[in-house]
Design a protein around this ligand. Structure first.
Ligand code: PMM
Length: 324
């Protein structure tokens, strides 16, 4: 249900109550800032995602959460209706669309730029029709050939994520000699298939797929060598938020940190990724990553892609009593 429209029975069917907030003009991909790393907020409309599953189980609670991220400053809201964690049970395309489409529609109406997190071409196409601007696909184009055709035909920006196998097999496929070089080579191979189908270079955003057919040390190695992926010449998205390798790093007394205890470490990854010129980070907790991006932009060398056009200083805020 669209939370901004009239509730059933509260007005004539043909004339909904006025919306509470005047919709902003639809956001567009080409208007996204290019002088800093972008922050993409994660909105899982699922009962079983590994860190926020079940929190936004109905469209109304999901829309409210998405609006909170949007008003907090998220540049993009990433809406997903199917858990991608290892071993997750798939959902039907009908159920996935029932979960995500009302949310996409309401957020677009409010002026947010929305990406659709799906491995299914039919859901991606329906979400584009509902106003989503970006396709975020963690399948690495390993599942549905229709996705390749949709990316080429729609001309929508497409996040191509590295993955081997599927949710059930990927953990057994984390076998690499040089993980950064092999991930880059495998992504380049898929990218070339996209070109052959008619996709344009500027549509393609690369994602190393942290946790997808990678063990913990391979995730760190990929983050350490993010420049290898950047060397392919595309925008790069880093999606480390609350992932298991951060929980292990933060182990205290033999107990790994729980997903909600991993947000400071996530913001640290954001700062370093931004410093090194990532196009965007995908995170659950938007505020700390927005701050981290500002710090990185301020500290990155002027030659870095992290701050191609940053002014020397921002406007000075009045000092609070006691501030040094
Ligand atoms: N990880 C998850 C879901 N979607 N999308 C991209 N592009 N990259 C990722 O690594 C990724 C993703 C895993 O689940 P989450 O939604 O709880 O983070």
């Amino acid at each position: 249900m669209d939370s901004l429209a009239a509730a059933p029975g509260t007005g004539p069917a043909t004339s909904p109550l006025p919306v509470l907030r005047k919709p902003r003009p639809a956001a567009s991909f080409k208007d996204l800032p290019t002088d800093r790393t972008l922050v993409m907020g994660i909105l899982n409309v699922t009962p079983d995602s590994f860190s926020d599953g079940g929190r936004h189980a109905t469209p109304d609670t999901a829309i409210a959460a998405g609006l909170r991220m949007f008003y907090a400053g998220a540049d993009i809201i990433d809406v997903g209706g199917e858990s991608t964690r290892p071993g997750a049970a798939g959902v039907s395309v009908e159920e996935e669309q029932r979960r995500v489409l009302p949310v996409v529609e309401a957020l677009v109406k409010a002026g947010a730029l929305v990406s659709i997190d799906t491995t299914h071409a039919a859901t991606a196409e329906a979400a584009l029709a509902a106003g989503a601007a970006i396709i975020n696909d963690v399948s690495g184009l390993t599942i549905e050939p229709e996705m390749l055709e949709l990316v080429a035909r729609s001309k929508a920006p497409y996040i191509l994520t590295h993955r081997r196998g599927d949710a059930n097999t990927m953990d057994s496929l984390a076998d690499y000699n040089d993980v950064a070089a092999e991930v880059a080579a495998e992504l380049a191979g898929v990218r070339d298939k996209l070109y052959a189908a008619g996709a344009a270079p500027e549509q393609i955003i690369l994602d190393p797929g942290l946790g997808f057919a990678k063990n913990e040390s391979q995730n760190w190695e990929l983050l350490h060598n993010i420049d290898v992926l950047q060397g392919l010449g595309h925008k790069v998205l880093v999606a480390a938020s609350r992932k298991r390798f951060l929980g292990s790093l933060l182990t205290v007394a033999g107990k790994a940190a729980a997903p909600h205890e991993r947000d400071s470490a996530t913001a640290a990854v954001t700062a370093i990724s931004a410093y090194r010129g990532a196009w965007a980070v995908r995170v659950h907790d938007v505020g700390p990553s927005l701050d981290a991006v500002k710090v990185a932009a301020r500290l990155a060398p002027a030659s870095s892609p992290a701050r191609p056009a940053l002014p020397a200083t921002g406007p000075a805020a009045p000092a609070a009593p006691g501030d040094s």
